[in-house]
Design a protein. Structure first.
Length: 109
């Protein structure tokens, strides 16, 4: 309940201070936060996507971005601010991370 109140409150606060909604801002960040967008590895809706494939010892290895549709805001932040496996480090503000998380939670299927 508290989480939804904070999301709802931040929506109204964000919308009053800007010409763009928090959802739209989060969507823009998802598509291209700092040069390469989340969409390329995590898919259009966060479902995960194939990044690359290669052969090793005669087997095809597929590198996939994970499904992030139900990731917590804390895990999302940790993944964005420090090196995490093959994911690049993004230098996003808390506000940008909040908008990105808002988009993931409220995205249209």
């Amino acid at each position: 309940m508290k989480r939804w109140f904070l999301v709802l409150a931040s929506t109204f606060l964000f919308a009053e201070d800007s010409f763009i909604t928090q959802y739209e801002y989060g969507e823009m960040l998802y598509k291209n936060p700092r040069g390469i967008g989340c969409i390329h590895c995590h898919g259009k809706h966060g479902e995960g996507a194939r990044i690359a494939s290669y052969k090793e010892d005669g087997k095809t290895i597929v590198l996939r971005g994970p499904d992030i549709r139900k990731v917590s805001k804390e895990k999302l932040k940790r993944s964005l601010v420090k090196r995490y496996r093959v994911m690049p480090t993004y230098f996003l503000t808390d506000s940008e991370i909040g908008a990105l998380y808002y988009f993931l939670v409220n995205r249209e299927p």
